[in-house]
Ligand binder design. Structure first.
Ligand code: C2E
Ligand code: CA
Ligand code: CA
Length: 760
């Protein structure tokens, strides 16, 4: 890194303005030892005498000096090691000073070295050429030896300062680029803005000038934000106060850029008005994007894209504040899918996800159509209500809807009904039609609560009530539900405890032959003998059994109880009838079921013909094949199967045919209005005909009047159950019925067929 002629190590840094003490140098201290800290001057002159003199002068002043005899030698020396300053003679052989100067500027590091050219006195042409060639300064020959060291030292300091400035500018520019920020200055006197390269680019300009008038400079500010920004500038100019502002830019290519600007007053007039503004602009697009993404993650359900609970609660908070201010009503609806769990468990999570998405868009669509009705006002009924509607997913299969600005509370029920109805329609999930259904609970502000928690809790309570009332319906909150809500809180543990403590009992309702009036069977119906609340009907707890995970244990308990009861009746000489047990349809997908049934029968030593099983059509909802194979196993054992509540559900006859069914039970709802509703009469006779064509027995449920019975006789329905004969009764009462049956039968045994006499 040194010239060959006179090796001088390159100094690590510039020395202090005053060089090393002359005494040290005079004493001839080892050059190498101090050279490291000494600034290095390359003297280029073809006049060896001049060189030596220069060297002596500069060395004495504390510089390290190397020499070169012409331009070429100088370039070679610089390639080997860059000096801190070059003293360059103009006219030299081989390569003159101008050429050497121009060329050394192209060497790596050469562009920054101060080059001082030595020209002849008054040789202005040379001076000009020297600057053109890139010289930093010049001194005239003959050289003033006393001044030379000072000149050199000054040049070095000046060039170091320039170096540093350039370096700082580079750093600043890099920092601005990396930090996506830039700065600008606006001189209000000549109304010109000059800016850093980065600010220039952030404001949407291409490379080049970087100074212009404010109209051009701020041309790409988003039209919607421009007035705000203009105001801020006007204020800053008049008041002499800085400001900070976030605004958007609309770039020529259509992209939107978000920026943050911090503006200060850099110079003020006598009255405090601004003369010069200085601004820093920061491109915050990426931050905004990230914020938006975080917002989405935090506020929206990724599966359905609906707002989540967090956002919903915020919306509700705002809506409540508004409602309170303007004395308006609003309504909250809890929507819970009835059969989601079943679909999810049997068809898998993907199906479950698909179902949730489809159900949520259904709900949204139902609300939209309501909304459009509301807005064009063509339908006065539920029209007027709910200017704004929000729907959110709370997680799982729970959705929540908010109607704001409700004018007529009656109309809320209309919306709830619409939601229930839309969920009652079949939904195709992975190519399979499923019936999911939904229950809705409604709470209204201000009647049912004035704060978020109370409203949500009460809507939830109403929803559970709707579920308990048979699912697929809606329920408006009323205060009496609170007690029930509290009950429900402990329901799971209480149900489990009830099973352990044997608090469930079975009541028996006789099944009667339509023609003979004989008791030909019975249905076991569960009740809960709650020590605190007395005898509870199944509607109060059966809907919660599934959530408590007790479907299977309770079903098995019922099977065992019926088997034990039959054995007891046999032992008492009562000649029992077959007893039907109600099983949840999920139970019929339990592979162990046939084995457990066989075990229960064997343990009690009763034949399979003692036991029947009733399931609803929802058995066909998911994985029918599995249910079919389990039902076939049961049938092979001799346990018969009936379809309960027939006509209310999702019958797919093709599947029903595959099931080894013995009977269809016509749902009570068709029987109830038999006398008044010709449709029901037609349905019942059609079901009977259909069942008979499939060689199935038909049992009518809920027969309360002789007229209903007469109709059933006329269409040749086989059997019935109903209050006309008997309610479901306790074991002792049912034993009395069995006893009476035995007495009547023995009484009439000689007469063949019996008249249909009510047993009670
Ligand atoms: P279900 O299987 O349709 O039972 C028939 C229901 O109709 C019984 O109500 C019965 O008391 C009632 N009923 C019978 N005759 C008449 C009548 O003439 N008029 C009227 N209005 N009603 C009549 P219950 O006992 O309250 O049972 C309700 C439902 O609870 C049952 O409907 C069944 O789905 C379920 N359930 C009952 N016991 C069990 C059980 O052990 N396990 C399961 N999983 N569910 C059960
Ligand atoms: Ca039943
Ligand atoms: Ca039924």
């Amino acid at each position: 890194m040194n010239t060959e002629a006179s090796p001088v190590p390159k100094p690590a840094a510039l020395p202090a303005p005053c060089a090393a003490p002359a005494a040290a140098l005079a004493a001839g201290a080892a050059v190498a030892a101090v050279a490291a800290s000494r600034p290095h001057v390359l003297v280029v002159d073809d006049d060896a005498g001049g060189r030596r003199l220069t060297r002596a002068t500069l060395t004495k002043a504390g510089f390290a000096v190397s020499e070169a005899g012409d331009g070429r030698a100088a370039l070679d020396a610089m390639r080997a090691g860059m000096p801190d300053l070059v003293l360059l003679d103009v006219s030299m052989p081989v390569m003159d000073g101008f050429t050497a100067c121009a060329e050394l500027r192209h060497l790596p590091g050469g562009e920054r070295v101060p080059v001082v050219m030595m020209t002849g006195l008054d040789d202005t042409a040379s001076i000009e050429r020297a600057f053109e060639a890139g010289a930093t300064d010049f001194i005239t020959k003959p050289i003033n030896w006393a001044v030379l060291p000072h000149r050199v030292r000054y040049m070095m300091r000046a060039s170091a300062a320039i170096d540093e400035l350039q370096q700082n500018q580079r750093r600043l520019s890099n920092a601005q680029r990396i930090g996506e920020m830039g700065d600008w200055e606006w001189d209000l006197r000549d109304n010109r803005i000059s800016s850093s390269e980065q600010a220039w680019r952030i404001f949407g300009h291409a490379g080049g000038q970087r100074a212009t008038g404010p109209e051009d400079f701020f041309a790409d500010v988003h039209a919607e934000d421009a007035p705000r920004l203009n105001n801020a500038f006007a204020n800053a100019a008049a008041q002499g106060e800085g400001f900070a502002v976030d605004h958007r830019m609309l770039l020529a290519d259509g992209r939107v850029r978000h920026v943050h600007q911090q503006v200060e007053v850099a110079e003020r007039g006598a009255e405090g008005q601004a003369l010069r503004l200085a601004g820093v602009v920061h491109d915050i697009t990426r931050r905004k994007d990230a914020e938006e993404q975080i917002r989405r993650l935090a506020y929206y359900d990724p599966l359905t894209g609906l707002p989540n609970r967090l956002l919903f609660v915020e919306q509700l908070e705002r809506a409540l504040a508004q409602a309170a201010r303007h004395g308006r009503r609003l309504a909250i609806m809890f929507v819970d899918l009835d059969n989601f769990k079943r679909v999810n468990d049997t068809l898998g999570h993907r199906a479950g996800d698909e179902l949730l998405c489809k159900a949520s868009s259904r709900l949204a669509a139902a609300l939209r159509s309501h909304d459009s009705v509301a807005r064009n006002g063509s339908e006065p009924a539920e029209a007027a209500d709910a200017a704004v509607q929000h729907i959110a997913r709370l997680g799982g299969d729970e959705f929540i809807v908010m109607l704001t600005d409700v004018q007529m509370p009656e109309n809320v029920a209309g919306v709830a009904q619409r939601l229930v109805r839309t969920l009652a329609e079949p939904i195709v999930v992975q190519g399979t039609e499923v019936f999911v259904g939904g229950s809705v609970g409604v709470a209204s502000y201000p009647e049912d609560g004035t704060d978020i928690d109370t409203l949500l809790m009460n809507a939830d309570t109403a929803m559970y009530r709707a579920k308990a009332a048979g699912r697929g319906g809606f329920q408006l909150y009323d205060r009496s539900m609170n007690a029930r809500a509290l009950d429900r809180l402990h329901m799971e543990t209480r149900l489990r405890r009830a099973l352990e403590r044997n608090e469930f009992v079975l009541h028996y309702q006789p099944r009667v032959d339509v023609v003979s009036g004989r008791i030909v069977g019975a249905e076991a119906l569960i009740r809960w003998q709650d020590p605190e609340r007395g005898l509870l009907p199944p509607a109060e707890f059966i809907p919660l059994v599934e959530d408590a995970g007790l479907v299977i244990p309770i079903g098995e308990w019922a099977i065992q109880t019926v088997c034990r009861q039959s054995a007891a009746w046999v032992a008492a000489g009562l000649n029992p009838v077959p007893i039907a047990v109600n099983l949840a349809s999920t139970h019929l997908r339990e592979r162990g079921l046939p084995a457990r049934v066989a075990q229960a029968l064997a343990e009690q030593g009763v034949p399979a013909s003692c036991l029947e099983i009733e399931v609803t059509e929802s058995i066909l909802l998911a994985d029918p094949e599995l249910s079919v194979s389990i039902a076939q196993e049961l049938a092979a054992m001799g346990v018969t199967l009936s379809i309960d509540d027939f006509g209310t559900g999702y019958s797919s006859m093709s599947y029903l045919k595959k099931l080894p069914i013995a009977a269809l039970k016509i749902d009570r709802s068709f029987v109830r209005d038999l006398e008044t509703d010709p449709d029901d009469a037609a349905i019942v006779s059609a079901i009977v005909a259909l069942a008979h064509s499939l060689k199935l027995k038909v049992v009518a449920e809920g027969v309360e009047t002789p007229a209903q019975l007469a109709f059933l006789q006329s269409v040749r329905c086989d059997e019935y159950q109903g209050f006309l004969t008997s309610r479901a009764v306790s074991v002792p009462e049912f034993e009395r019925l069995l006893l009476r049956r035995a007495q009547i039968e023995s009484l009439f045994s000689s007469h063949g067929a019996l008249d249909p006499i009510p047993v009670m």
